[in-house]
Design a protein around this ligand. Structure first.
Ligand code: SF4
Ligand code: FES
Length: 248
């Protein structure tokens, strides 16, 4: 259903929000749901709805947004149990009762706000997800060209906004610390594709072909269902598996 073809927006629904509340910094705080009701507005996103709630009903409500246009990755949350971006989700696509929880797996800051940075930093450090170049940089050297199709594939992986939705949706990432999940494997793919990275198949094998990597995945593929940027995560898994087998 297209953005402008959503359900008739003039029927004036009263929306009921059930929102997870908990402040881990406050010893008096206990996890619970708070209920808020607001009037639905045309083209209302969860970002707008949460701001209405904070501005008119409860200024202490914690949630994260920055870009409001599905680019920064900060507004991931569980919307009726499914990971999604708050800024990209229209209330018109949801039932009248909307239950919001913070993304699991990540460090809870409070209410709907999580710190995805801790998880992503650990993943980047564990996989050394940066270019490993053997050649010293020569500022006077000729620019090296890269085939267009390789650049396009790298660009495809680089579209990840690190929102964490795939990790929150992953059954294994929810119970196994250190599992790289789709975001981690996508990041590995990005560097394994890059001809400037000098790591060979056997070095990648150490990173990818473990229970934390592609062979830990139990194949539920919820990551692929929820990725708001529609990255080709299944293709990336398959490519990394083939590469790991080639090196074994
Ligand atoms: Fe978000 Fe998709 Fe990147 Fe996962 S792969 S962090 S769901 S953009
Ligand atoms: Fe940036 Fe939603 S606010 S992705």
């Amino acid at each position: 259903m297209g953005f402008l073809e959503e359900r008739d927006l003039t029927d004036g629904r009263r929306l009921k929000f059930e929102i997870f509340r908990f402040n881990p910094e406050d010893s008096e705080s206990a996890p619970h749901l708070d209920v808020f009701e607001i009037d639905e507005q045309p083209y209302m996103s969860l970002y707008i709805a949460l701001n209405v709630i904070r501005e008119t009903l409860d200024p202490s409500l914690m949630f994260d947004f920055a870009c409001r246009s599905a680019i920064c990755g900060s507004c991931g949350m569980l919307v009726n149990g499914r990971p999604a971006l708050g800024c990209k989700t229209l209330t018109s696509a949801l039932p009248e009762t909307i239950r919001l929880h913070p993304l699991p797996v990540f460090k809870l800051v409070g209410d709907l706000s999580v710190d995805t940075g801790v998880w992503f930093r650990e993943m980047v450090e564990n996989t050394e997800a940066w270019i490993h170049a053997q050649q010293a940089f020569d500022p006077d050297g000729q620019e090296e060209r890269m085939p267009d199709e390789v650049a396009q594939k790298i660009y495809e992986s680089d579209r990840c906004i690190e929102c964490g939705c795939c990790i929150a949706a992953c059954g294994l990432a929810n119970i196994e610390d250190g599992f790289l999940g789709a975001a981690g494997l996508n990041r590995i793919c990005r560097f394994a594709l890059d001809p400037r990275d000098s790591r060979d198949d056997s070095e990648w094998f150490e990173v990818v072909a473990t229970e934390r990597g592609v062979f830990g995945c139990i194949g539920l593929m919820a990551c692929d269902d929820v990725c708001p940027k529609e990255l080709p995560l299944l293709e990336h898994y398959a490519w990394l598996r083939r590469r790991a087998l080639r090196a074994s």
